[in-house]
Every structure is written in C-alpha cells, then in structure tokens.
Design a protein around this ligand. Structure first.
Ligand code: 8YV
Length: 319
C-alpha cells in the first residue's frame, strides 16, 4: 500500500515539513494562503488526512460536503473552535489538536502583553523611535505595578497554568475561575473562585485562557468589565470572540479599564482598528504560539496523531 496522502494547509516549520514529506505523500502550497471552504471541500477528495491551522474553517456546511476519503483532521492548534465538532463526529471524521506543547510560548506572550500594557510599552517605544523624546519627567509614562497585584485567570488548562506559574515569579497573587477546581498541588496557592463575578471583583489584572464555546463567547461584556476594579488590565491570548470589543473600547475610553494586551480579535486577520486609537493597548497578530521550538513541537504533535491513526491506533489527542 502507498503512503497516505495528506494536505498541509499552511507554512509549517521546516522540520515538520521534512518529517511529513518523509512519511506521507504531502500536498502543500508554499504560497501559504488560508484554505477556503471550496479548497477544503475539493481537497477532501484527494487526501486521507489534513493538517489545518485555526485559519481553515470546518463549518457544518463545509463538513456536509466533505468527501468520504478524508478520515482525519489533525489540527496544528490547541483551539478547535474553527471545527464544528458534532458534524465532524457524525461524519466519523477523527479530529485531534495539539495540547500542552504551546502552553509556555503562549503564556510568555501573555506575560509580554501584560507587562507591556501595564507599562505603556507601545507609547514609550514610539516616543523614542520617533525621535520625539525631548524631555524627561518623573510623571512620564507612569504605569501600573504588577508585583504584589492580584491576577485573575479565566481557564486553567495548559496555558492558564503556565501563565500562573510564570506570574508567580513576578510576585503576583493568583486567583482563578475554571470549570473544575484544581487539586491543591495544581493550584500551588492560587485562590479558586467558583463564581466568575467574585473573580472579576478582585482582578487588578485579568488574563483569558479558556476556549471559545457557546458558553464563553462574549464572556467579557460591559456588565462583567464593570465588575472589575477601576484601572484593571485585560490580557487576551485565547480567542477574540471571548471579548465584546465595543464594550472593551468603551471601558478603555472611560478609563475603567486602564490598559489591554491583545493577541486575538473578533476579526482575524485584520483586528479591530478602533484599538489603535488607544495608546494603552498593546497588540500582536495572533502569534501566541509562534516560537521556533513550539512551531516544531506543534507540527510533530500533529504528525504523531496522524501516525497513530494510520497505524490503526487511537491518536493520543483525539477529541
Ligand atoms: C495557532 C492557536 O497560532 O493553538 C491555537 O489554538 O490559536 C494558535 O496556536 C495556530 O492555529 C497555529 O497553527
């Protein structure tokens, strides 16, 4: 029997592409454009498996039109909100993701955004870079201190826990809300709030690390933002849809939210241009997991899942 045929939708790491090309017959376009619904449907008749990113959308309409040749979608992402899982399950298509391996990289970016937002990194960099820094004052770019502050984390999966671990090193007091309370060892001194409102009320800083599901979409709306302490800092490296962007913009304008660090937006690519009017917002283009080591680890994890599947075994990260 020949090698299984797989479609790799985007420019994955060289090590991933090399290994994939060794073990599979690979369809891959170096143009690195996101796969459209038409591309996905057409490709499903040519391949046994796919490695997509969050940029390819497997909606119920798309899934209904997939060719039965396609047996497995081995995502190169931990988030799977781009996949309509019930429809895929109903069609018997196996879906996997890449948990764990991107936790540190994403938590690092969340730290950067938290610190950058709190200390006016965008405005400071612009001032120096533009050559406009002509005077100095002790009142310049006065930020919010992280050390000793209370950090609220929503979602204590791999990324949330990695973020808590790193924030502990900054002497932050960690509070969290999660579907389940962690064990004492996992909590490592963090305070659990079964009630989200109770978490928000104590969070000087808030970082989002939960998946986008029907229950969490629009989670940070005007009412919830208003429950937080004045001058709070919001960090989002999870999914843009968790935040009501209009409400966050209003809260930034009123000063109720002091700053924000955003790697995710409702509209991607592109983001929300209205945030550019706020110097106290630091933004990145959805690159939480974009480190050399993590890109290799994600690609290898997706390939491990395919290898298991094509050997007739259950992939370790099957959803
Ligand atoms: C990815 C992500 O950037 O893992 C996720 O859920 O959003 C990101 O890590 C992306 O899908 C990489 O393929």
């Amino acid at each position: 029997m020949g090698k299984p045929v797989i479609w790799i939708t985007r420019q994955l790491s060289d090590a991933t592409l090399d290994r994939a090309q060794r073990d599979y017959e690979v369809i891959w376009d170096p143009a690195d454009e996101p796969g459209s619904a038409e591309d996905i449907i057409a490709m499903s008749a040519r391949v046994d498996g796919m490695i997509p990113c969050h940029s390819e959308h497997f909606s119920a309409e798309v899934v209904a039109q997939l060719d039965p040749r396609l047996k497995i979608i081995a995502n190169h992402s931990v988030g799977v909100d781009h996949c309509e899982l019930p429809s895929l399950k109903a069609r018997g298509i196996v879906v996997t993701n890449t948990p764990g391996v991107l936790s540190d990289a994403t938590a690092e970016l969340a730290l950067m955004l938290m610190l950058g937002a709190a200390r006016h990194a965008v405005a400071g960099d612009r001032l120096v870079r533009s050559g406009q820094w002509q005077s100095w004052s002790p009142a310049m770019l006065v930020g919010k201190q992280v050390s000793g502050a209370r950090l609220g984390i929503i979602g204590m999966g791999g990324v949330g826990r990695a973020f808590a671990r790193k924030a502990r090193g900054l002497d932050m007091e960690i509070h969290y809300h999660n579907r389940r309370r962690l064990t004492a060892e996992e909590e490592a001194g963090a305070t659990y709030h079964a009630d989200l409102d109770a978490l928000l009320a104590v969070s000087d800083f808030l970082s989002l690390h939960c998946p986008a599901t029907p229950e969490t979409i629009g989670l940070m709306n005007a009412v919830r933002l208003a429950q937080m302490p004045k001058g709070c800092v919001i960090v989002n490296t999870a999914r843009g849809s968790l935040v009501d962007e209009a409400a966050l913009l209003d809260a930034l304008s009123s000063g109720h939210v002091g700053a924000a660090g955003l790697d995710c937006f409702v509209t991607e690519p592109g983001g929300n241009p209205a945030f550019a009017g706020h110097d106290n917002v630091m933004m990145m283009p959805h690159v939480g997991s974009a480190t050399v080591a993590t890109r290799d680890a994600m690609g290898f994890k997706a390939l491990d899942n395919l290898d298991h599947f094509f050997r007739g075994e259950t992939p370790p990260d099957q959803l």
